[in-house]
Design a protein around this ligand. Structure first.
Ligand SMILES: Cc1cc2nc3c(=O)[nH]c(=O)nc-3n(C[C@H](O)[C@H](O)[C@H](O)COP(=O)(O)O)c2cc1C
Ligand code: SF4
Ligand code: SF4
Length: 294
């Protein structure tokens, strides 16, 4: 199961699923990014005895897994973990810190043997790096999950417990993003003149902050609830660009390591080569990679 705000974890989950199915395994893949999706997942999940392996992957925000995913996993019956092999993965801008280790620990404490743990670096949609529609990604991000899926398969066959190293950049993010600062992001507004009422933003919002109301010419979305994550899933998914995003109060922004400094640090840390591409280009790359897997 995975929680994904901008699609990276979803893509990794798909790569994993494909590789496992090609190797003859039966795989259920659950999107638990939003409360509505969690309800759906619960309805489709089979009894615990039918699963041998359990895996959890998440977007990293404030150096944590999505709290919706963590809560979901915590609430699952212990039988889903007890005696099972487990794996964790995260996609992050570079600071997954000890998030995977914490998730792995939770699974271990419920009786699982954690055999695989991996962080993919994809800075896509990391608020301090957002400049208009430009995002920064590792081109390797497209292929890496496919390669990593092979490692996952080997790890599942071997069944050996692993330890969970934390990543180098954790310290940087400690003062860049905190739970307190996270709320500064994600001020979004819907233009009722542009909104076509497709309800996509309602479906993707992990905060359940969007609702539909009667507009002048049909249903339109409004942000009626609190935006808890600032994930911009609503913005990214709106097909007609009816949603604008802005920082809550730029004057009160916490101190960031802005683009160039951040990239300098990332390069210094020997992470994979970073490249600037447009958001559209990125989405195109993901689409092509997805199509290649069909
Ligand atoms: C509000 C917000 C906070 C974030 N905080 C962090 C963070 O603390 N550390 C990090 O490495 N990446 C952070 N990111 C970047 C995401 O982890 C990264 O873009 C990830 O690949 C997104 O995964 P997804 O596409 O599956 O949602 C943050 C992104 C958002 C939107
Ligand atoms: S309202 Fe906030 S939490 Fe909901 S999708 Fe938009 S940015 Fe994300
Ligand atoms: S995704 Fe865009 S068009 Fe669809 S309901 Fe939301 S704001 Fe309106």
């Amino acid at each position: 199961m995975y929680a994904s705000w901008t699609g990276t974890c979803k893509y990794v989950a798909k790569c994993y699923k494909n590789a496992l199915e090609e190797a003859g395994h039966e795989v259920d893949c659950f999107d638990v990014s939003t409360p509505t999706k969690q309800e759906k997942a619960t309805g489709k999940m089979r009894p615990s005895a039918e699963y041998d392996v359990i895996g959890c992957g998440s977007v990293i925000a404030s150096q944590c897994f999505s709290e919706l995913l963590v809560n979901y996993v915590e609430a699952l019956d212990k039988a889903y973990f007890d005696g099972k092999k487990a794996f964790v993965f995260a996609t992050a801008a570079g600071g997954d810190g000890s998030a995977r280790a914490r998730m792995a620990k939770m699974m271990q404490s419920r009786g699982s043997t954690v055999v695989h743990s991996y962080a993919f670096y994809a800075t896509h949609n990391y608020p301090p790096l957002l400049r208009g529609h430009m995002v920064v990604i590792t081109p390797a991000m497209i292929d890496e999950p496919m390669d990593n899926a092979i490692q996952l398969l080997d790890a599942i066959s071997a069944g050996e417990a692993i330890t969970h190293p934390t990543k180098l950049l954790a310290g940087i993010f400690a003062h860049v993003i905190t739970d307190r600062t996270c709320g500064f992001f994600g001020k979004v507004t819907v233009d009722p003149e542009v909104c076509t009422g497709c309800e996509k933003c309602v479906r993707v919002c992990p905060s359940e902050a969007m609702t539909m109301v009667d507009g002048d010419s049909g249903k339109v979305a409004v942000k009626s609830g609190k935006c808890r994550y600032g994930c911009y899933a609503c913005f990214n998914n709106c097909p007609v660009s009816a949603i604008t995003k802005q920082l809550a109060n730029p004057a009160k922004q916490p101190r960031f390591l802005w683009n160039d400094e951040y990239l300098r640090v990332v390069r210094h840390a020997n992470l994979p080569k970073l490249e600037r591409v447009s958001r559209d280009k990125y989405l195109e790359m993901v689409k092509e990679a997805n199509a290649a897997m069909q």
